[in-house]
Design a protein around this ligand. Structure first.
Ligand code: XMP
Length: 503
């Protein structure tokens, strides 16, 4: 296993990701992890970081790490730190950002098998301008030493000023493979990350205490619950709160799905949620009410579980980036639901077994764990549920109408093979009524909006060009089957300026 020590660099997680892609078992550690905790690893990577080695609070590793006899690879800040630590000269020189040419002096060690000139990606202010004694130059970039090796009895240390972990460094994989497989002699794993190691890690961390996890049927919470079930099924208490704002049949499906978890906790709070939302139409207020009530109900349910030590969450890497917690401590918010921080008085520790994984890796892990495709390929469904598909007040009749319309839309998208081709689709209901005619009678009813979008990162979205015949089928069914609705719109707004969801 390779340990990546995190010095706070923006690419630290990418180093782990690249190594996993190469089937190298890897784990991230804080930069000051005691050497004693690293004695069983095969090799150690020092990540990049924003500091200068001369800064007063520059992060430092435990210096005993250098005496472990493990191969070490320093990247960017790591490269500068090692050079400085052994007596080299590091200075603020020409800053280099983006693509640069690397002049390879020796194709050895981490640079075995690369070309004499390689395009590499830089992002640094400081440079190594003189190497410590005993260090060999592997590559240069202008006046600075872009790659070095220090191979002595008991020491195999390499440093790279550039970033092998980014796609813009074409020889990056070769360099990382050299380090992992040739220098550290790591054994390639069958899968890109070891499910067994993740299970083991959670088991060791938790010990004998019980763990609660809020589950919603979403990809991340389900994969986390499956992983933890493999680790300690009897100590795991998945709690599902039915807010009454779930989609058609969803609660029954989730209950059936968790039936082979020994301690599944089901709470029907649908009446409480509907009562709390009565008369409220302002979007932020709706969200707040739902969020607070959810925490309250969840907390109460968790209090009935004995000996709880941990709250597990399906937080994934991108959630941590969004909450600016990269490289920091785990955030304690109920992520898959309402993005609220836990009340101070809850003294549980937070367990986030998926925190280092990217979404596609979570899906791959889910597959290994036997999570059905129906869940792994599900579109996003926000924590506040159908409440934010209803513009204005959540009333029982409008909730029923939007739930049915949404069900019909999704069912037809699946039948026509469109569901898996898009990012997200749903039906919403608007708060106005318009005149229509049904049979021989005048109607005065609500419009339904259909929304289907394409998006890579949720920041921008485009509407899906669905065939008119399919839209016609959906509209006819909704107008025929859903009470209280007499018009169907298809939303062709892009984000920005619109958002994906309605509220
Ligand atoms: P918008 O509507 O802001 O949505 O374009 C962007 C993405 O976020 C989802 N979304 C939420 N997810 N809690 C969540 O976990 C929420 O409160 C929430 N609101 C919107 C939305 O479905 C889309 O994928």
């Amino acid at each position: 296993m390779i340990a990546v020590l995190d010095f706070g660099g923006q690419y630290t997680h990418l180093i782990a990701r690249r190594l996993r892609d190469l089937h190298v078992p890897v784990r991230l550690y804080p930069h000051d992890t005691p050497a004693s905790a690293l004695k069983d690893v095969d090799g150690i990577v020092f990540s990049g970081g924003p500091s200068s080695v001369y800064a007063p609070n520059a992060p430092k590793p435990d210096s005993a790490v250098f005496d472990l006899g493990k191969p070490i690879l320093g990247l960017c800040y790591g490269h500068q730190f090692i050079a400085n630590h052994f007596g080299g000269k590091v200075e603020r020189a020409t800053r280099e950002y983006g693509e640069r040419e690397l002049a390879v002096v020796k194709k050895e060690g981490v640079l075995a098998g690369v070309q004499s000139k390689e395009k590499v990606w830089y992002s640094h202010g400081d440079s190594v301008l003189a190497l410590p004694s005993g260090f060999e130059t592997l590559a240069k970039s202008g006046d600075s030493f872009a790659a070095y090796a220090y191979v002595q009895t008991g020491k195999r240390i390499y440093g790279l000023q550039f970033h092998p972990e980014v796609h813009h460094t074409p020889c990056g994989n070769q360099v990382l493979e050299n380090f992992a497989f040739i220098i550290c002699k790591v054994k390639k794993t069958k899968d890109t990350f070891s499910k067994m190691a993740m299970v083991e890690q959670s088991r060791t961390r938790v010990g004998p205490q019980n763990v609660v996890i809020g589950v919603s049927g979403g990809v991340d919470s389900t994969v986390a619950a499956f992983l933890l079930r493999d680790a300690f099924a009897k100590q795991l208490f998945p709690i599902y709160v039915d807010t009454g704002l779930m989609r058609q049949n969803e609660t029954e499906e989730i209950k059936a799905f968790y039936s082979d978890f020994p301690n599944f906790v089901f709470v029907d709070a649908s009446k409480e949620f509907l009562t709390a939302l009565k008369g409220v139409s302002e979007p932020e207020q709706k969200r707040k009410i739902i969020g607070h009530l959810f925490i309250e109900v969840f907390e109460k349910a968790a209090q009935s579980v004995p000996n709880v030590g941990y709250l597990a969450q399906g937080t994934i890497f991108s959630d941590r980036v969004e909450s600016a917690a990269t490289g920091g401590k785990a955030t304690s918010k109920i992520k898959s639901h309402h993005n609220l921080t836990l009340p101070e008085k809850m003294k549980w520790q937070v367990l986030e077994p998926l925190a280092e994984l990217y979404k596609d890796e979570v899906r791959a892990l889910g597959k290994q764990l036997g999570v059905p495709d129906a869940i792994l390929k599900r579109h996003p469904f926000p924590g506040p549920g159908l409440a934010i598909n209803i513009v204005g007040e959540v009333t029982p009749d409008r909730l029923k109408a939007v739930r049915q319309a949404d069900f019909i839309f999704i069912e037809e998208l699946r039948k026509a093979g469109w569901y898996d081709k898009m990012f997200e689709a749903f039906a919403a209901i608007l708060p106005c009524r318009t005149v229509g005619v049904k049979g021989d009678e005048r109607s005065y009813e609500y419009p339904i909006v259909l929304r289907a979008v394409e998006s890579k990162d949720v920041m921008t979205a485009d509407w899906v060009r669905l065939p008119p015949e399919l839209l016609q089928t959906v509209a006819s069914r909704i107008l025929g089957e859903v009470e209280g609705v007499n018009r169907v719109f298809y939303d062709i707004s892009q984000k920005p300026p619109a958002t994906i969801r309605y509220e």
